[in-house]
Structures are given as structure tokens and as C-alpha cells.
Design a protein around this ligand. Structure first.
Ligand code: PSV
Ligand code: MN
Length: 435
């Protein structure tokens, strides 16, 4: 995480300081008690806190607005209406939580004329840019070719070429922003058996994606995001981690697989996918969210916090046994349909960091010993003990030490940020929102 030159027109630093002052004694007490408990297991609490402080996650520009379903979107007075207002909201998320110093942009949704100026604007908030995301799943006004036949896998050469060029444009924009990765998710697929040849669709995708890959700067990554279904309901071209891995292996070293937690069938063992992709050195990144039924894009850990913990358990294992270039890009990808997006992003960033902290608490030697001894219950309890530890004081202490808010929700509401923005910002439309 970064030391922030937080701009004066965000939430007042005095308000945060006063809020922290009122909670300082209780936090000191709780942090000390947890420290004594962890010490009995040979863990120095400060070492966990320092690793949490060094960890960060990116927020998506599109997550700062109210999301919606294909049925409706219910706008929130004061939600951002352009990338500049979105950046200000991202800055508030990082100001209070101090765990999300990077923003991931989506094009053409976040298009501006001057990307150098946008990078400076972000820097004035202490923010930088994470992966850029291309959009070939929607038609844009005035676009020459429609994506109704798909994009990188379309049967139409001109459509594939348009999708390739858009991805290359995104790379160029990303270079001006200081990004180092392009995330490619396509909605390509079919709704009817027989609609397309399942094999040839992938061939066409690979040929087009290779042209994008060829335009990638040396120090960049291309992240391939798979998704089982939606918008295609019979077959998706990049439906699963197997297809994603085929792409990453065919395109080359700079191409990796990105796991969006919501893009799997219910009950899929995602932590095992993490382990497998790491095994072949192709684990490129994550889009964090949670789901009950499908690609619900619910807040991280709101439904299945244990799954998120198990994912981080694999990531901590991976850190201990890194493959060449192991450096996953972490991002939140959620649709905030009924909450204030700033509150959801803060809550999710805290939940994700909390799973990381818990995974760091796992006694790795004891776990491995129990596994080697086939002591099933001891192995399970070793994980469970870490999972059940309340790491709240570690997260709050990490925030406070970096100038964030011990009680981020209290400070945010006290600031009346959203009410103030409702006075200043224009209103957004009622149309169905993109998820
Ligand atoms: C698709 O469902 C996805 O997860 C991809 O990451 C898109 O870029 C994002 O959502 C926004 O639609
Ligand atoms: Mn995603």
C-alpha cells in the first residue's frame, strides 16, 4: 500500500482522526489480546499486520456506480456519472480502507481525450491504474461491425479484426495510464446446439487473440478471463479454466489465466483450480466477488467466506512455492445493486484482506505434517483454527497505521459523502445496468 497524498477535497482528515481517537483504546486492547493469543502459537501479530499492510487489491471503475440486472437498475443519488467522479469515489475507498490504491478501467466505458491528464488526476489522489479491460461484448454507437456474431471468435473476419484493434487500442491507452496488463473477457458463444462449431470457434479466437498478444509490450501481461455462461447460454468459447489454459499456453509466456470467482458452476472447487493453474505457472489474477446461484457479482465473502479463505490458503501455499513470474493481479469485480458502492467496496476489500490474514495464520508445518500422517481431523482443524480467528484488530490496526479509518463505515457515514455528492453530481439514467 502507498502513503497517500490524499487530496483535500475527499473526506476530511480531521474527521477520520477524531473517529479513530474515539476507537483507539478499544483497538489497542483488542490488538494486544489477539497478539497474546497468537504468540502462544508462535505467531508475532506485527508480522501478520505488516504483510496485510503490504497487500493490496484493485477496484473496478465500473463498481463505483450502482449496478443492475437485465430487469432494472435503481440509481443512487450522488453516484458517479463519469470517470472523474468514479476516481474520486475510488480515492475515498482507499482513503478510509488503505487497501485499494489501484483502479482498473474498462474501455470504452472510461474513454477520455487525455489519458496523461487522467493518470495525473489519479496520482493526485494517490491512485494508480491496474489492468485495462477491453469490451467486445457490447456494441457501441457508430461501431462499424456488430458483435452479435461474437468478437474474437466471430465467423466474420471484419468483426474479428475490429475486436483485435479495440484490444490493441486498450493496450495503448493502458501504456499512457501506466497499466501493465490487459484483461480480455469475451461474451462469445452460442445459445443453440449446432449454432457454431465448438472447435472452430476456439481456433478463430486463438488466431485473433494471437494478434493482440503480438502487440503486448514486453513487461505486460495478457489475462484471459473464463466464464461458464452468460451472455451465451449453451456454450461459451472461453467457458472454463481448461479453455483459458489452452489460450494462455498457446499464446505464450506473457499470457495467464484470470479467475473470476463467480464464473463457475455452483460448488466448483475453485481453490483446486487455483492450485492447478499455479502448478503450471499460469495463475494470472483474480476478480473477487461472491455468488449464490451463478454470476451474481455479490460482495466478496458475503455468501461463502470459507471458499474465499480456501482460495487464499492456496495463494499462501503458492507464495511459499512460487513459480516463475508468480505475481497475481488482484481485483474486485462486483455489481452493487442495492448498496452504496463505496461501502460495498470497503467491506469487500476488508473481507478479502481478512481472508489473506487468516491464511497467513495457518500453521503450515503442522498442516503438512498432519497431511503426511494422514491425520485428517488434525489437518482440518489446523485450517479451521486459522479460519475461526477474528483478525478484525489486525486489519483495523493496519488501516489506522496508514491513516485509514478504524471504523470505516462510521467515518464514511459521518462524512455524508454521498449526500454531498447528491447535491453536486448529475443524475444517472434508469436503464438496465451492466453487471
Ligand atoms: C463479465 O461477467 C465480467 O466479469 C468481466 O470481467 C467484465 O469485464 C466485467 O464482468 C464487467 O462486465
Ligand atoms: Mn470479471
Amino acid at each position: 500500500m502507498t502513503e497517500l497524498p490524499i487530496s483535500a477535497d475527499l473526506i476530511s482528515a480531521d474527521l477520520v482522526a477524531q473517529n479513530n481517537e474515539a476507537r483507539r483504546a478499544a483497538l489497542d486492547d483488542e490488538y494486544a489480546a489477539l497478539g497474546r493469543k497468537l504468540e502462544r502459537s508462535g505467531i508475532a501479530i506485527d508480522s501478520i499486520k505488516d504483510r496485510v499492510k503490504a497487500w493490496s487489491v484493485a477496484v473496478p471503475s465500473w463498481g463505483t456506480g450502482r449496478g443492475g440486472t437485465r430487469f432494472a437498475k435503481f440509481p443512487l443519488p450522488g453516484e458517479p456519472t463519469n470517470i472523474h467522479e468514479k476516481l474520486a469515489d475510488c480515492a475515498v475507498v482507499n482513503q478510509l480502507g488503505r487497501t485499494a490504491p489501484r483502479v482498473s478501467l474498462h474501455f470504452p466505458w472510461d474513454k477520455v481525450n487525455d489519458y496523461g491528464a487522467l493518470a495525473e488526476e489519479a496520482a493526485s489522489y494517490g491512485l494508480s491504474f491496474d489492468a485495462v479491460n477491453s469490451n467486445t461484448f457490447q456494441d457501441q454507437p457508430g461501431q462499424a461491425q456488430s458483435y452479435v456474431t461474437g468478437s474474437l471468435s466471430s465467423t466474420l473476419e471484419s468483426t474479428r479484426q475490429q475486436a483485435v484493434e479495440h484490444n490493441i487500442d486498450c493496450i495503448e491507452i493502458g501504456q499512457a495510464l501506466g497499466s501493465r496488463a490487459l484483461t480480455v473477457w469475451v461474451g462469445d458463444g452460442t445459445n443453440f446446439p449446432g449454432q457454431q462449431d465448438l472447435g472452430r470457434s476456439l481456433d478463430r479466437y486463438l488466431e485473433a487473440a494471437a494478434k493482440v498478444y503480438a502487440a503486448l509490450p514486453d513487461d505486460w501481461r495478457m489475462l484471459i478471463e473464463h466464464k461458464m455462461f452468460e451472455p451465451a447460454f449453451y456454450s461459451s468459447v472461453i467457458s472454463d479454466w481448461g479453455s483459458s489454459l489452452i489460450v494462455a499456453q498457446e499464446l505464450g509466456e506473457k499470457c495467464r489465466c484470470l479467475i473470476d470467482l463467480g464464473h463457475h458452476a455452483p460448488n466448483t472447487n475453485i481453490e483446486q483450480i487455483v492450485a492447478r493453474l499455479h502448478h503450471v505457472g499460469k495463475l494470472g489474477g483474480f476478480h473477487f466477488n461472491d455468488s449464490k446461484y451463478g454470476d451474481d457479482d455479490l460482495d466478496s465473502a458475503s455468501i461463502n467466506p470459507h471458499q474465499l479463505f480456501l482460495v487464499f490458503n492456496e495463494l499462501v501455499e503458492a507464495e511459499r512455492n512460487p513459480r516463475a513470474g508468480f505475481d497475481p493481479a488482484y481485483m474486485i469485480d462486483q455489481s452493487h445493486n442495492v448498496t452504496d458502492p463505496i461501502e460495498s467496496l470497503l467491506s469487500s476489500a476488508e473481507a478479502i484482506a481478512g481472508c489473506y490474514a487468516r491464511a497467513l495464520l495457518v500453521d503450515r508445518e503442522a498442516l503438512q505434517q498432519a497431511q503426511n500422517d494422514n491425520d485428517v481431523m488434525l489437518a482440518f482443524r489446523t485450517l479451521r483454527t486459522a479460519y475461526e480467528t477474528d483478525v478484525g484488530p489486525i486489519l483495523a490496526q493496519a488501516r489506522a497505521e496508514q491513516g485509514g479509518a478504524i471504523d470505516w463505515l462510521g467515518a464514511y457515514r459521518e462524512s455524508r459523502w454521498r449526500d454531498r455528492k447528491a447535491q453536486e453530481r448529475g443524475s444517472v439514467g434508469l436503464g438496465a445496468g451492466i453487471v
